[in-house]
Design a protein around this ligand. Structure first.
Ligand SMILES: [Ca+2]
Length: 447
């Protein structure tokens, strides 16, 4: 989980464009090991409540003398000095010296963590590439099996928190491949490394203090406290501050143990988290819809919400041609523009966003949960002939749009609301479908 409070994020690489579009509300952007594959993935920076894109903060290295036990356990002199300075801040924050010594015994600076942190921005995936993995046949089959294995616990969790077992299972599937990849990185070392590094030092130091509080409370031991390189832990990958705020002890043994092989506490913590942010029992995250000829693409905006019957009056129907059931008001979402799958998304879409605000992630969780429940694949094809734009191409698109009189308010390579608005403006002015989608065709047209 992420920052402010929250949570989690994914075992799958998130497409950068999608991420960028979603940024305001996310929680946390790091990517975790994938179940089927392997390659670590990258993640784009996402801001969130929980995990704000922390601003780089340089923590002053202090000069206090570090306890010998700690010095002996670490190697880099600058890191050791940082540990020494941090120790006094941790103690001021309420961590007992004994817990600090115990937690930092053997702590190490981990260069690989910094490599991962620096390597986050070149990777780009389209939404269909992401979903091919997020809801692959393997992940669906494994999800059905994992849900069956944990059925009694998941049913009890659903009864208590009102979050459907398929949804909790889907989060579990994306975050750790159903517990298979919970992360082996020692959390104290990883967070100390990232805190010392300073790029997002303030954020990671707050996570480190939270991790020490968890250890001080006795929920787990430093040896068992492992997770992803960026500090997300357990079956559903909570960051320490989210853990402190939202994790629950479902088994009743007095520990909120999200690290153990038994996933009960972690799965209940995920349900508690979604419930806390307004999960509506029985409401879908979204449904695939069919747009009519001549649809006003200006209506495809998360800001525009209408009852399904009002959408039907505009010609927007379920993919089976009938009026979408009344799940509450919904918005039209076109993650790949006018040529891809169209969705009507409801409040629960926003609730999943509290875990991770990337559209791809939310659709991934939602679609995987539907597939685990037995639904079929999307009926509409994605524009698979398209490829994702690179960071430089996105910057070039922003420069060209601005030069053409459609101001993107910056050239940051992220397709956010201003860029979408500029694309729509350009499309309208040129007789194109104003879907706001940043495609390669559009870039070529601008060139
Ligand atoms: Ca427990």
């Amino acid at each position: 989980m992420r920052v402010l409070s929250f949570v989690v994020c994914c075992a799958l690489p998130l497409p950068e464009i999608v991420l960028a579009q979603a940024v305001e509300r996310s929680i946390r952007p790091e990517v975790r090991p994938n179940s089927e594959a392997v390659a670590p993935v990258k993640t784009a920076a996402v801001t969130s409540k929980i995990r704000p894109n922390a601003r780089p903060v340089i923590i002053k290295k202090e000069r206090a003398v570090t306890p010998a036990a700690i010095l002996a356990a670490t190697s880099d002199a600058g890191f050791k000095r940082w540990v020494s300075g941090f120790r006094s801040r941790a103690v001021s924050a309420g961590i007992s010296p004994a817990v600090f010594e115990r937690s930092f015994r053997g702590v190490q600076y981990l260069p690989k963590v910094i490599e991962r942190d620096r390597n986050q921005s070149e990777f780009t995936k389209t939404i269909w590439e992401y979903l091919d993995s997020a809801a692959s046949d393997t992940r669906i089959a494994n999800g059905k099996a994992a849900m069956a294995e944990q059925m009694s616990k998941l049913e009890a969790i659903e009864a208590k928190y009102g979050v459907e077992k398929e949804v909790v299972t889907a989060v579990w599937g994306l975050e750790s491949a159903y517990g298979e990849f919970r992360g082996e990185t020692p959390i104290v070392s990883a967070l100390a490394t990232l805190s010392y590094d300073g790029r997002r030092g303030r954020f990671f130091e707050s996570q480190l203090i939270a991790a020490l509080k968890i250890l001080q409370a006795g929920d787990t031991t430093p040896e068992n406290m492992t997770g992803s390189w960026a500090g997300a832990m357990g079956h559903t990958q909570f960051i320490p501050t989210s853990y402190l705020d939202y994790a629950v002890d479902f088994t009743g043994d007095g520990r909120r143990d999200i690290w153990s092989d038994d996933p009960a506490d972690a799965l209940a913590s995920t349900a508690a988290y979604l419930s806390r942010f307004g999960w509506v029992t029985g409401q879908p995250w979204g449904v695939e819809v069919k747009l009519p000829e001549g649809f006003d693409y200006g209506l495809a905006s998360r800001k525009i919400k209408k009852a399904p019957s009002d959408w039907a009056a505009l010609g927007v129907l379920g993919i089976d041609g009938t009026v979408v059931p009344n799940h509450g008001s919904g918005s039209i979402l076109l993650p790949a523009g006018a040529k891809g799958v169209a969705f009507m998304v409801f409040k629960n879409f926003s609730v999943i966003e509290r875990y991770n605000a990337a559209d791809a992630y939310v659709i991934g969780v939602g679609h995987l949960s539907d597939r685990i429940r037995g639904s079929g694949p999307f009926k509409t094809e994605w524009p698979r002939e398209d490829r994702a734009l690179t960071f430089k191409e996105r910057q070039q698109m922003q420069r060209l749009l601005s030069a053409a009189g459609f101001n993107t308010r910056g050239v940051d390579g992220k397709i956010g609301p201003n860029t979408v608005a500029a694309i729509r403006g350009f499309q309208k002015a040129n007789g194109l479908i104003p879907d706001g989608y940043a495609s390669l065709n559009l870039l070529n047209r601008l060139r």
